[in-house]
Write a protein that binds this ligand. Structure first.
Ligand SMILES: [Zn+2]
Length: 213
């Protein structure tokens, strides 16, 4: 079965409340009956909706999204059940170790079931995250992709974005704003496909993400 883990992109959707992230605009240009076809103009950010952070997002000479090794974006993936992590708290190294339960860590998804708060301020202000040690554990096990159903792996109160920087500086990518993780088997390994737009020099890009489980 194929599971779509992507949030819908539409006008009026909530976006990260910072001036360096734009509001989404979708305007129709071509119309049936007039131009004889439908086309639309999109205004998106590189971090709109479900998206990939390339190393360049926080690392000045880091790899850009058009040059990410596709191995980072496709292959076996383990989902880590961290739904018991309290709001505004971190899943620790031990939590992540336990959730991994001996499975490979090449690609992992952190499941908090936080997508239920999509569209609210709470989604951005109270989300759980992981400790730097937990991120390091995954990196040490060869992780090249960390996905999550929250806006980011750092605390909403973080000013140094230490987890982002640790992961991205190792050449791994982050996949943020996933949804629908409940539909996936928690204790198995499945294939994931993460397909970001190939934006030349991009620090990240919106992506369609699906799992075959
Ligand atoms: Zn991002």
């Amino acid at each position: 079965m194929i599971h779509d883990l992507t949030i819908p992109i539409h006008e009026g959707m909530t976006t990260y409340p910072r001036p360096w992230h734009p509001y989404v605009e979708v305007s129709q240009l071509g119309r049936h009956g007039i131009e004889g076809r439908e086309t639309r103009k999109l205004v998106l950010g590189t971090h709109t909706g479900t998206h990939v952070d390339a190393p360049r997002h926080f690392i000045p000479d880091g790899e850009t999204i058009d040059n990410i090794d596709l191995h980072n974006l496709y292959g076996r993936c383990s989902i880590l059940n961290l739904v018991n992590t309290p709001n505004l708290s971190a899943a620790t190294t031990e939590d992540v170790y336990r959730a991994l339960n001996g499975r490979p860590a090449d690609r992992v998804i952190l499941r908090f079931d936080w997508d239920k708060y999509l569209g609210s301020n709470r989604y951005y202000e109270k989300h759980p995250f992981i400790t730097l040690g937990a991120a390091q554990l995954l990196i040490d096990r060869g992780c090249v992709m960390i996905g999550m159903d929250t806006p980011m792996p750092d605390s909403p109160q973080s000013t140094d974005m230490a987890v982002h920087k640790r992961v991205l500086s190792q050449g791994a990518v982050l996949v943020e704003y996933l949804c629908n993780l409940k539909s996936l088997p928690t204790d198995e390994v499945f294939d994931i496909v993460v397909a970001p737009l190939k934006i030349v020099g991009g620090d990240g890009a919106p992506a369609r993400v699906f799992a075959i489980a």
